[in-house]
Design a protein around this ligand. Structure first.
Ligand code: HAM
Length: 427
């Protein structure tokens, strides 16, 4: 036997068992997004490296050390998408969707970051991303948050904390950056290696440090809020009022800075303590400068992305039930030739009536077929042998309730099962 080839570290197989919960999350998200007027967009998984460098920022962790970048056969530098916002904006600009228009868009799919894998942090992970273009007022920031709150509610997820902050305009942030750098330089001896590296390149990220030794220094650092421009402060206050009006609880976290450079004004995260260190299930904010930065006309925009691995794990912990729809009927032909053929016809007939049917294919004794029928999750098994076929009948066995088998005419069995199954689901 040759040695088995294993998956790439940090890239997971998603098996049918756990996908039932993913499907529930995906289906619920889709219907919530539809209810708010968002439409799906799909764009490539690979883009030119320059797109991510320009949008996410040259001196971010993602661009500096986490991208899957390679040269293709033409020598062009390409990158597997580490997130969806950049590609969504690129597609919007290129297809003329954004100029002078309001667009509410969503996408889903795998993203790739070469991070150190641990629980909740993978090298291939999945997001549902949502982006709203063309609206500069805080009502859309509030709407995006309402979309997520409704999704948690419909899924039955509880205990997520909403944290919000404002990063102001780029000019206000530049002023604050100087104040922060002065403060950090004044406490140089207390800085860890990472923070020293960030001091010149991206000092705001120092505030995001998870190093316990840095926390007291961070707690007494000057606050970005005190340096916000008036318009950003007003925007933020209006958002807070809208959230209060909609009864959405939140906490203002002045240290929330996010790891991507494109944000302006509002940023937010939904955080849980139930998943360990990787507790941010959903994150986003406003990025009014990005469309222009990527070659479009100046267009206000805001959005968020949900990390599906994290949300699915939280849903599993909170015993949210999945959407997986197992077969209802297992057709077991006990014989060959005509019996097998009749089994095929019967299964098709049942599917024509809208039932979910698994047909036993290949050989198998009665015992082994019943075992498989039970494992399939079906409620009824239909046993079809030579003698049943001769009498144009089939034997119906309830796999979930102990009752005697019933012989039913082949012409009647579809209607009878459809009625029984409808009864079962209405209970
Ligand atoms: P992000 O904060 O980089 O933002 O990622 C959003 C979410 O994706 C995180 O909160 C987390 O749930 C999940 N996530 C990120 N990295 C990983 C990983 N390595 N393993 C598992 N899950 C992960 C963005 O990507 C922005 N594009 C969001 C956005 C959209 N902002 C505006 N519009």
């Amino acid at each position: 036997m040759s040695k088995a080839i294993q998956a790439i570290r940090g890239m997971n197989d998603l098996l049918p068992e756990s996908l039932s919960l993913w499907q529930r999350i995906e289906q619920t998200s889709e219907s919530v997004l539809e209810a708010y007027g968002y439409r799906e967009i799909r764009f490539p998984i690979i883009e030119k490296t320059e797109l991510y460098k320009r949008s996410i920022g040259e001196v971010t962790d993602i661009v500096e050390k986490e991208m899957y970048t390679f040269e293709d056969r033409n020598g062009d530098s390409l990158t597997l998408r580490p997130e969806g916002t950049a590609g969504c904006v690129r597609a919007g600009v290129e297809n003329g969707l954004l100029h002078n228009q309001v667009q509410r868009l969503w996408y889903t799919g795998p993203m790739f970051r070469h991070e150190r894998p641990q629980k909740g942090r993978y090298r291939q992970f999945h997001q549902i991303g949502v982006e709203a273009f063309g609206i500069g007022t805080p009502d859309i920031d509030a709407e995006l948050i309402l979309v997520t709150a409704r999704l948690w509610r419909l899924l039955g997820i509880h205990g997520l904390e909403l944290q919000i902050n404002s990063l102001g305009t780029p000019a206000a942030r530049a002023r604050y950056r100087q104040v922060l750098v002065d403060y950090l330089r004044g406490h140089f001896a207390q800085l860890d290696e990472d923070s020293i590296r960030r001091l010149d390149s991206n000092p705001l990220r120092v505030l995001d440090s998870k190093n316990p030794a840095m926390q007291s220094l961070i707690a007494t650092a000057p606050s970005l809020h005190e340096h916000l421009d008036e318009e950003s402060l007003r925007h933020f206050e209006q958002l807070c009022t809208a959230l209060k009006t909609a009864n959405i609880a939140f906490r203002v976290n002045p240290r929330l800075v996010r790891g991507l450079d494109y944000y302006t004004r509002t940023v937010f995260e939904w955080v849980t303590t139930e998943l360990g260190a990787q507790g941010t299930v959903c994150a986003g904010g406003r990025y009014d400068g990005l469309v222009e930065l990527l070659g479009g006309q100046r267009t206000p925009a805001a959005g968020f992305a949900i990390g599906l691995e994290r949300l699915a794990e939280l849903a599993a912990l909170q015993k949210v039930s999945g959407a997986g729809r197992l077969p209802q009927v297992y057709v077991a032909p006990l014989g060959e030739g005509k019996v097998t053929q009749q089994g095929l016809v019967l299964a098709e007939q049942l599917r024509d009536a809208g039932l979910r049917v698994e047909l036993h294919c290949g050989d198998g004794s009665l015992k082994s077929q019943l075992k498989r029928a039970d494992r399939s999750g079906a409620r009824y098994a239909l046993l079809l042998g030579e003698s049943e076929l001769a009498a144009a009948q089939v034997s119906v066995k309830n796999l979930r309730v102990d009752e005697s088998q019933q012989l039913i005419g082949l012409a009647d069995v579809t209607a009878m099962l459809a009625a029984k199954l409808a009864e079962d689901t209405s209970e």
